[in-house]
Design a protein around this ligand. Structure first.
Ligand code: GRF
Length: 191
């Protein structure tokens, strides 16, 4: 699931194709037609479905459409790789312990919108990124993997964002592997 640029999506595909992640990205779903993630999927030959949130005024109805897409693609695990919508129990409960999110801060610090801007405004010396399981509490589910990134003198949003993204691309595949390992083969087969 992606809403924007899609660099985390591409990192996941690369990790599946070149290792070490032993998985296949079956489907990308985007909510913004024409976004960078969609273009990356076309280039990479990954199936992509547009599910535009503007056609789903209720969050539950958007999540129901997502759920149908994932069930049709028979996926075992779902990754919110820059998904800028709040998800509801319609999706969360359908993928217990198999819905992973990536957030650009060391949670529980700087949850919510613009974790990078929040860290810069707070003047912290250390921030980073967190991959975690999704629960109803936004950015509040059990943490799978974190990476720390120092805030350097002279950093602005874009320089800090670049270094956080590098770490996100490293930890997101690890988090997916960890989530799958925790589930075990039997539970993944039920998906
Ligand atoms: C990442 O910083 C992620 O933590 C946040 O949205 C951003 C997505 O970046 N949830 P990209 O689209 O994968 O490049």
């Amino acid at each position: 699931m992606a809403s924007g640029n899609g660099s985390n999506f591409e990192a996941l595909v690369a990790s599946c194709r070149q290792g070490p992640l032993n998985a296949v990205v079956e489907l990308l779903v985007v909510n913004n037609p024409g976004c960078g993630a969609q273009r990356r999927a076309e280039r990479l030959g990954v199936a992509c479905q547009v599910i535009d949130h503007r056609l789903h005024p209720q969050r539950q109805s958007l999540d129901q459409a997502l759920l149908l897409a994932f069930q049709a693609a028979r996926v075992d695990l779902v990754v919110m790789a820059g998904w800028m919508r709040i998800v509801t129990p319609v999706l969360i409960d359908a993928f217990p312990a198999r819905l992973v999110n990536i957030h650009p801060s060391l949670l529980p610090s700087f949850a919510g919108l613009d974790g990078i801007g929040q860290a810069l405004a707070a003047g912290v010396a250390l921030t980073g990124c967190t991959a975690h399981l999704v629960t109803e509490q936004v950015d509040g589910g059990p943490i799978l993997v974190q990476a720390a990134v120092p805030v350097l003198a002279g950093d602005d949003h874009s320089s800090l964002s670049r270094r956080i993204h590098q770490q996100e691309h490293r930890i997101l595949p690890l988090a997916v592997a960890l989530a799958a390992q925790r589930l075990g083969p039997a539970r993944l087969d039920q998906g």
